[in-house]
Write a new protein. Structure first.
Length: 151
């Protein structure tokens, strides 16, 4: 059985965006806020739960993002929670984003379906940005650098 479930949460739908998680053993709920342009059709979490990737979306998707056509790398960060009511509350957080690949030439009818390699060094995705569909890999790098995609 999975130890943690991740899900797309929009409250209200198409307006405020979270990537949320539920940890089965502890029943802990965490909501990581992200901006409209950072919402993705698909998210994937690294094996050690320290990194998240997303494949963005065009303006026709639920987020209606004007600049959301990117492959993203996210670093989850919990926010200080000074509430003393106990652990049954939702733990707030944010996703600190890094844009890895510009997908503005990609046609989102083909979903990129991002995933991490087992060593977490690459994000693998598919794209038709050059016409036919190819599989690409982009290096996961520290924030501030924009690596190039390679076939």
């Amino acid at each position: 059985m999975a130890k943690r479930f991740w899900y797309d949460l929009q409250v209200p739908k198409g307006e405020v965006f979270y990537l949320a998680s539920y940890q089965v053993a502890t029943r802990q709920r965490t909501w990581y806020h992200l901006e409209r342009n950072e919402w993705s059709i698909h998210f994937n979490v690294s094996a050690d739960n320290t990194l998240i990737c997303g494949d963005g979306g065009d303006p026709g998707q639920v987020a209606k993002a004007p600049d959301g056509e990117w492959i993203y790398l996210f670093r989850p960060r919990l926010l200080p929670d000074h509430d003393t009511a106990g652990t049954d509350l939702i733990h707030p957080g944010v996703l600190v984003s890094e844009r890895l690949v510009n997908m503005s030439q990609h046609h989102y009818r083909l979903e990129p379906n991002v995933t991490f390699t087992p060593d977490q060094r690459l994000v693998i995705f598919r794209s038709n940005m050059f016409g036919p569909a190819y599989v690409f890999g982009v290096e996961v790098a520290k924030a501030g650098s924009l690596p190039s995609a390679s076939a």
